[in-house]
Write a protein that binds this ligand. Structure first.
Ligand code: ATR
Length: 275
């Protein structure tokens, strides 16, 4: 009997830069699965047709990236609690005729923090930013058992809005503006898009504990300006978001294929490619 490769894809716009095919093909090799993972370019007006067509043709799993995570949320029939809180979906699959969606971005971040030796459990965490990237990681950080989680944002009201649906679930959550960073932090996470804008670097005063991590969700060949500024201000370690990218992919892979790949060798390979 012929066995056909499993079909998976990532959908977004732009999409040519996406590393997801390489990551998932490497995971599939590790796990001995035959997988074809492609990039799908969609537009606002044909996103849902692409999604329906992909699953109608027997697609196993679809990753959703910028700018369609909220559209995927609106399209799914069954939505996981993490995606519900995030208001966004990055992982879709079909089960019993229903379109299921979840969000693996936050768990990818938490797993990467653990890999780096900074388990957020009982830690004081400062999360900078209140856009989609911050929203996606809020609940997983709370679930990881942080002692304190302060969300600060250039527009302070947006930080307050972000935490308000979860504020009753934990006393660890606080919100403020970029002038509310006072305190000693074990982990500081940059979830703003500032590292992508050379002309507007994020400039906030920070105090770190003796073993502290500065984490930028953005990744690249060089340490970001945020990472450099934190190291100058006393952070003992810094990391970019490449590990989060591989971590969220590993979680999607596990959901679709029921096998958990090892992110470490894939991360090493991607890092070498960036250099
Ligand atoms: P994403 O989906 O990447 O989170 P977004 O929803 O547009 O993108 O959110 C961008 C985030 O980066 C916001 O928190 C934004 O702050 P405002 O809400 O005040 O706009 C933040 N941001 C972008 N550029 C910034 C800069 N130069 N300094 C500080 N914060 C910045």
């Amino acid at each position: 009997m012929t066995s056909y490769p499993l079909q998976c894809a990532v959908i977004g716009n732009p999409i040519a830069h996406s590393r997801s095919p390489e990551i998932h093909h490497a995971f599939a090799k590790q796990c001995g699965l035959a997988l074809q993972y492609q990039r799908l370019l969609a537009n606002d007006n044909d996103f849902s047709d692409h999604v329906r067509g992909f699953f109608a043709q027997g697609g196993r799993g679809l990753n959703v990236t910028v700018p369609f995570k909220e559209k995927a949320f609106a399209l799914a029939d069954v939505i996981s609690p993490r995606a519900q809180q995030a208001g966004a979906i990055n992982t879709l699959w079909m089960q019993d005729g229903q379109l299921h969606g979840c969000n693996t971005d936050g768990i990818g971040l938490v797993q990467d923090l653990i890999r780096l030796g900074f388990d957020p459990k009982q830690q004081r965490v400062l999360l900078i930013g209140a856009g989609g990237a911050a929203r996606g990681v809020l609940l997983p950080l709370i679930e990881a058992g942080v002692k304190q989680l302060r969300v600060v944002n250039r527009t302070a009201a947006k930080a307050q809005q972000l935490i308000s649906p979860l504020a009753h679930t934990t006393s660890a959550l606080e919100a403020g503006g970029l002038d509310n960073t006072q305190g000693i932090w074990d982990i500081v996470i940059n979830a703003t898009s500032s590292s992508l804008q050379a002309r507007h670097p994020l400039d906030v005063p920070l105090s770190f504990s003796s073993q502290a991590l500065a984490y930028d969700m953005v990744y690249g060949a060089q340490p970001t300006p945020f990472m450099q500024s934190c190291l100058q201000q006393g952070a003992s370690h810094s990391a970019d978001g490449l590990g989060m990218l591989v971590g969220q992919a590993a979680e999607s892979f596990a959901i679709w294929h029921g096998q958990r790949p090892d992110p470490a060798p894939v991360l090493t390979f991607l890092r070498q490619q960036l250099e």
